[in-house]
Design a protein around this ligand. Structure first.
Ligand code: BG6
Length: 303
C-alpha cells in the first residue's frame, strides 16, 4: 500500500469532521492536522513529532527549519523531536544515531479524540527487530499531545520486557523567537548545569540564560517551570513539567548552524530549544512491566 492510500485510510479511521484530519504533509509524509476552538496544530507520524501549535489569536509557537529534509529515516529539524532511549551520542556506540532512533522512524497513529475545545492525538512506537539492533529492550513509547489553549505533551514509556531498563528521554522543543539575542530563559538562576560546549564541565548558572554564543547546557535537578521571554514577539512562553528532572537549553549559534545541512545559515536567530527531559544522571530506571510518564505543558502570555 502506498503512502497516499495509507493517508486516506488513516483519515477514514481517525479523522473527525472539521476538527482533525490525516493529510499529506511536507515530503508527502502523513500528518495529523488539528483545527479546534482553542488552537490549531499538527503532528507527523515521522518521529511522532509535533511541528505546529498556534493557540487561537496568537502566532506560531514552534520553529521548523525551512531546510528540514522531510524524509523517512531523517529527523525533522524543528518542532518537538522525541529523543529516546538515549540523548546525544550513545555512550557505548559512536555509530548509533544521535538522540536515539525513534525520531527518524514512522510511528503509529493510535487515536484522535476531541476533549472540550481541545484535541488529543496519540501516537506510539513499539520495539521490533530493527530497534533491537540498537537497543535490546522491549518497550512501547506513546506520545500523547493535546492541542488546546495549552500544548500538553505526555511521553509514556512502558517496559514491556522481563528485565529492568534504563533510558534517557527528551521532548526536544524548538521554540520560535523573534530575535534570539534579545530573548532570555528565566528560572534557572543558581542551577548547576553541564556545559557541553566546554568539555561537559559542570558550572552554576548566574542570572537568566542569555544566548550570545553557542549554548548547549544540561540543567540538573530542575523539576520546576521555566519561562522564555521574547520581547521581539511580545510574548512569554512558560514550560511547566512533571516527572522531568533535567532541562536542556540549546542554540547552535552562527558556525554550527552553517555546518548543519538541514538548517538555514541565519535560522539560529529564530529559535531556542528548551527541552523537557530526563538525561545524564537523571536517566530513568524502569522495572519490568513498569510505566513512566513525563509531561510538558506550554502556555503563552503577553510580555
Ligand atoms: C541538543 C544537544 O539537545 O540537540 C546538542 O544538547 C545537539 O548537543 C542538538 O547538538 C541538536 O542535535 P541534532 O542531533 O538534532 O543535530
Amino acid at each position: 500500500m502506498g503512502t497516499k492510500e495509507t493517508i486516506v485510510e488513516l483519515n477514514a479511521e481517525f479523522g473527525i469532521a472539521s476538527v482533525a484530519r490525516v493529510v499529506e504533509g511536507k515530503g508527502g509524509l502523513p500528518k495529523v492536522e488539528v483545527t479546534c476552538t482553542a488552537a490549531t496544530g499538527e503532528m507527523y507520524l515521522l518521529g511522532g513529532e509535533v511541528t505546529s501549535w498556534k493557540p487561537r489569536g496568537r502566532e506560531e509557537t514552534l520553529f521548523v527549519s525551512a531546510a528540514s529534509k522531510w524524509e523517512g529515516g531523517k529527523a525533522i529539524r524543528g518542532g518537538v523531536p522525541v529523543c529516546f532511549p538515549w540523548f546525544g551520542n550513545k555512550a557505548d556506540d559512536p555509530k548509533a544515531p544521535a538522540h536515539g532512533f525513534v525520531r527518524a522512524k514512522a510511528w503509529r497513529l493510535d487515536s484522535i479524540e476531541r476533549k472540550g475545545d481541545a484535541v488529543t492525538v496519540s501516537m506510539s512506537i513499539t520495539s521490533d527487530e530493527g530497534t533491537k539492533k540498537w537497543w535490546p529492550a522491549e518497550f512501547r513509547l506513546v506520545q500523547r499531545t493535546t492541542f488546546g489553549a495549552e500544548l500538553v505533551m505526555e511521553l509514556e514509556m512502558t517496559n514491556s520486557g522481563s528485565a529492568p531498563q534504563r533510558f534517557e528521554e527528551a521532548l526536544h522543543t524548538y521554540f520560535r523567537v523573534g530575535d534570539i539575542t534579545k530573548a532570555r530563559v528565566r528560572g534557572l538562576d543558581g542551577i548547576r548545569y553541564i556545559d557541553k560546549t566546554d568539555g561537559f564541565r559542570e558550572k552554576r548558572q548566574q542570572g537568566d540564560v542569555v544566548i550570545g554564543k553557542e549554548t548547549d547546557n544540561v540543567y540538573l535537578d530542575t523539576a520546576h517551570a521555566v519561562e522564555i521571554e521574547d520581547p521581539a514577539m511580545g510574548r512569554r512562553i512558560r514550560v511547566s513539567k512533571e516527572n522531568s528532572l533535567a532541562t536542556v537549553v540549546w542554540n547552535p549559534w552562527i558556525e554550527k548552524a552553517k555546518a548543519m545541512s538541514d538548517m538555514g545559515d541565519e535560522e539560529w536567530r529564530q529559535f531556542v530549544c528548551v527541552e523537557t527531559c530526563n538525561v545524564a544522571k537523571h536517566a530513568v530506571g524502569l522495572e519490568a512491566g513498569a510505566q513512566h510518564r513525563m509531561r510538558a505543558a506550554i502556555t503563552i502570555s503577553k510580555f
